[in-house]
Write a new protein. Sequence first.
Length: 179
Amino acid sequence: MAAYLNQPLLRFGTANFLSLFVILCGASLSAQTLEIKLVDGRNGRPMVGKSSYVNVWVGKERKQSIAIPTDGNGIARLQLTLDIAKINVPEPSKDRGSIVMVNPVLKYNDSIQINVPYALCGSGGSDYSWLRPEQFSTKEILQHGYISPNTCGEVTLSPKPGQVILFVRPLTWREKLKQ
């Protein structure tokens, strides 16, 4: 066994392995950006403006949503991390409802729920409620991305890893009354 310890290639391989291990552990603590893009399913334009936002729940611990406004391209961004020191969202409080934040950093969780103030252009059927949050696998979004069905028009897009594309349309006056 002592002969193997004196082998320069084996020592070099062990040092590389330890370096790779440290790098991989550090990478898992870094924040990963997730984008949620709202697209008008009828014409392909981004959903923008003062009333364009995304409600997000990461995991199940938090009852209140994080409301993230969309930018000029209809994109709401958030970061997920395992590094508790980087989280910038206040703890939940009984005294307030949703928190409005641009680019929040949240603790990583395996599931994420998203709700938008629009009707989704999917096949919801008669029991569909635009108030119901859609649930997603965080791992699937980060690895492959997600795109919702579009029954509102002919617009098609392709998601990138870390991106959720939701085809939506404005609510009708009847849908607004249901809230």
